[in-house]
Design a protein around this ligand. Structure first.
Ligand code: BG6
Length: 504
C-alpha cells in the first residue's frame, strides 16, 4: 500500500523518523545476485518512497558481469516491480535510477579498484556524497575476506566509511575470528554492520517493546513462572536453487547460528540500561555466554525426503538440483538449550528450525507454569492448559495470550481462549521489510540491530561444539517427510520431558 493511501492512525504518531542520514554513496558488491534483486533494491525503493534517504545519495552496483548502467537500472526496476511491497511509482523510481550506476569488476585487480574509486569520486562531484561510503558485501562467504582487505586499503580519507557484511559471517569460530581480525585491521567496531536480518524485523524488535516497555511481563519472565520456552523457525520452502551454499551450511549454519540464537538472546536477555548499541549488545552477549553446550541427546538433526507441501509433491533434499545423492547436510535442527544464570537456570529453551516443514511459521512461545491449585478440579470438564504468551514473528504478526475461560452454560467447562494483538489490525499499516530498517540504521550509523564481533564468536562456539559431536555418527537420512514437522526424534526430545511442541 502506498503511503499516501494509508489511513491516518493516531497509533502511528511518533513512529516517523526524525533523523535523516548524511549524504553518502552506497556500494553494493554482489549486485547481480539474488539478494540485491529480491531485498536490497526493493528496500531502497521503499525508503526513497518515504523520503528517508538523503537527497545527496548515490548507489553503485558492483559485480563481475559486463553490463551497462542502463541495463542494470532496467533489471533493478523490474526487481522493484516484482519484489517491492509498495505500488510502483515512476517518479520515485526516476529519483533512485538517476542516482544508480553500475561498475563491472571483480575488485581483486588494481584496475577494477581504480574503476570503482573513479565512479565514487564522480558521485561525490555530481551528487555531493561528500566522501561518505557504505560498502554492502552481498557476496559469497569465500569472497568476503579479500573484499574487506581491499576496501580497507582503499578507504577514503574524506568522510566516513561503513561496511555491511552479509551472513553467514564465517563458517566456524576460527574463520569468524579471522574475519574479525581482518576487519579490525582497517575498521573500528562501530563501522562494521554484521547483518542478521531477523533483527530488522518489526516483530523481533517488538519483543523488546513487549518486555521492556510494559511492567506486567517482567516480574514473571523468569524460572519461577516460566515452565519452558519454545522457539520455532519453520519454513515450507526448500533450498530454492541454493544447493552450492546450503550443502556447505545446513540448517545449523544457515538459521540456528544466527536467527535462532538471536531470538533466544532477545527472549532471555536482562533489561539493558538504555537502548544504545553497546548496552543492548552487552546483554545479548551475556546470554550467549551463559548457554552451555547441549549434550548429543539434546540436539536432533534431520533431512527431508520427498513429500507434499500444500497438496503438491516435492522432491527430497537429496534430489534437489546440485545436492549430492548421499548428502549428510541437515535441513532441520532442534535442540534443548539452557541459559545458566539466575533468571533462567533449569528452564529449557526448546528450539527448532527447518526447511520443507508443514508451514511457514516463526514463533516464540513462553509457556508458564500451571496454576498451583485449581479449586474446581473435581467438577471442571476439559483440561486446564497452561498459560502461553506467543510472539508471532511471522506470518500473522502479533502477540497472543492463551488462558482458560469458562464455557457459557450451567456446568463448569473450561476452554483455552486467545487474546490477540494483530499488527495489521492495530496499526493499519504495512510492516516495513527488515532490510529497509537495517539499511537505514546503517546510513544513520546505528549498530544496535547488528551483531557485534564477540556476539558472533559466541554463537559460533556453540555451533562448533554441536558440529563436533555430529562428526561421530551418521544418522539415517532422510528422516522426515517434506510437509511434516520434522523427524520423530524432535518430538521425542520434548516427550522425554513430558512436553510437546505446539501445533497450530
Ligand atoms: C536466510 C536464510 O537468512 O533466511 C534462508 O539463508 C531463509 O535459507 C531465510 O530462507 C528466511 O528468512 P525469512 O525472513 O523469510 O524468515
Amino acid at each position: 500500500m502506498a503511503v499516501a493511501e494509508q489511513q491516518e492512525n493516531p497509533l502511528l504518531e511518533g513512529l516517523r523518523l526524525r533523523r535523516t542520514p548524511d549524504p553518502c554513496a552506497l556500494v553494493i558488491f554482489g549486485a547481480s545476485g539474488d539478494l540485491t534483486k529480491r531485498k536490497l533494491f526493493p528496500a531502497l525503493y521503499s525508503l526513497a518512497l518515504r523520503h528517508l534517504l538523503p537527497e545527496r545519495f548515490g548507489i553503485i552496483g558492483v559485480a563481475r558481469t559486463e553490463e551497462s548502467d542502463d541495463d542494470f537500472r532496467e533489471a533493478m526496476k523490474a526487481a522493484v516491480q516484482e519484489f517491492g511491497r509498495d505500488a510502483f511509482q515512476q517518479e520515485t523510481w526516476d529519483w533512485l535510477a538517476e542516482r544508480t550506476r553500475y561498475v563491472a569488476t571483480d575488485f581483486a585487480d588494481e584496475g577494477g579498484q581504480q574503476r570503482l574509486v573513479g565512479a565514487l569520486n564522480e558521485l561525490d562531484e555530481k551528487q555531493g556524497t561528500s566522501g561518505n561510503r557504505v560498502y554492502y558485501l552481498a557476496v559469497p562467504p569465500s569472497a568476503i575476506a579479500t573484499l574487506i582487505h581491499e576496501i580497507g586499503e582503499h578507504r577514503s580519507t574524506d568522510g566516513w566509511t561503513r561496511l555491511i557484511v552479509e551472513k553467514p559471517f564465517g563458517r566456524d569460530l576460527a574463520s569468524a575470528q579471522e574475519l574479525n581480525a581482518e576487519l579490525q585491521q582497517s575498521f573500528e567496531e562501530r563501522e562494521v554492520f554484521r547483518i542478521d536480518h531477523y533483527l530488522g524485523k518489526e516483530t523481533v524488535q517488538n519483543l523488546l517493546a513487549l518486555r521492556f516497555a510494559n511492567g506486567i511481563f517482567e516480574p514473571i519472565w523468569n524460572r519461577q513462572f516460566v515452565d519452558h520456552v519454545q522457539i520455532t523457525v519453520a519454513e515450507s520452502i526448500g533450498i530454492e536453487g541454493r544447493a552450492a551454499f546450503y550443502e556447505q551450511a545446513g540448517a545449523i549454519r544457515d538459521i540456528f547460528q544466527n536467527h535462532l540464537l538471536q531470538l533466544v538472546a532477545l527472549t532471555a536477555m536482562e533489561p539493558p540500561i538504555d537502548f544504545t548499541a553497546e548496552s543492548v549488545r552487552n546483554e545479548k552477549v551475556k546470554v550467549l555466554r551463559a548457554m552451555h553446550t547441549p549434550g548429543p541427546k539434546h540436539v536432533v538433526r534431520g533431512q527431508y525426503g520427498q513429500g507434499f507441501i500444500e497438496g503438491e509433491e516435492v522432491p527430497g533434499y537429496r534430489d534437489e538440483p546440485g545436492v549430492a545423492r548421499d548428502s549428510m547436510t541437515e535441513t532441520f535442527v532442534a535442540a534443548k538449550l539452557f541459559v545458566d544464570n539466575w533468571r533462567w537456570a533449569d528452564t529449557p529453551f526448546y528450539v527448532r528450525a527447518g526447511k520443507r516443514l508443514a508451514r511457514r511459521e516463526t514463533t516464540i512461545a513462553i509457556e508458564f507454569k500451571r496454576a498451583p491449585h485449581p479449586p474446581f478440579e473435581e467438577s471442571a470438564e476439559g483440561e486446564l492448559q497452561p498459560n502461553v504468551l506467543v510472539v508471532h514473528i511471522q506470518p500473522d504478526e502479533g502477540v497472543s495470550l492463551e488462558f482458560a475461560a469458562k464455557v457459557p452454560g450451567q456446568g463448569l467447562t473450561l476452554r483455552t481462549v486467545h487474546m490477540d494483538f494483530l499488527y495489521g489490525g492495530a496499526f493499519r499499516t504495512g510492516i516495513p521489510e527488515a532490510y529497509e530498517r537495517l539499511i537505514l540504521d546503517c546510513l544513520l550509523g546505528d549498530t544496535t540491530l547488528f551483531t557485534r564481533s564477540d556476539e558472533v564468536e559466541e554463537q559460533w562456539s556453540l555451533v562448533d561444539a554441536i558440529v563436533a559431536f555430529w562428526k561421530r555418527d551418521r544418522p539415517a537420512f532422510p528422516n522426515y517427510e517434506a510437509g511434516t514437522w520434522g523427524p520423530a526424534a524432535a518430538d521425542e526430545l520434548m516427550r522425554r520431558d513430558g512436553r510437546s511442541w505446539r501445533r497450530h
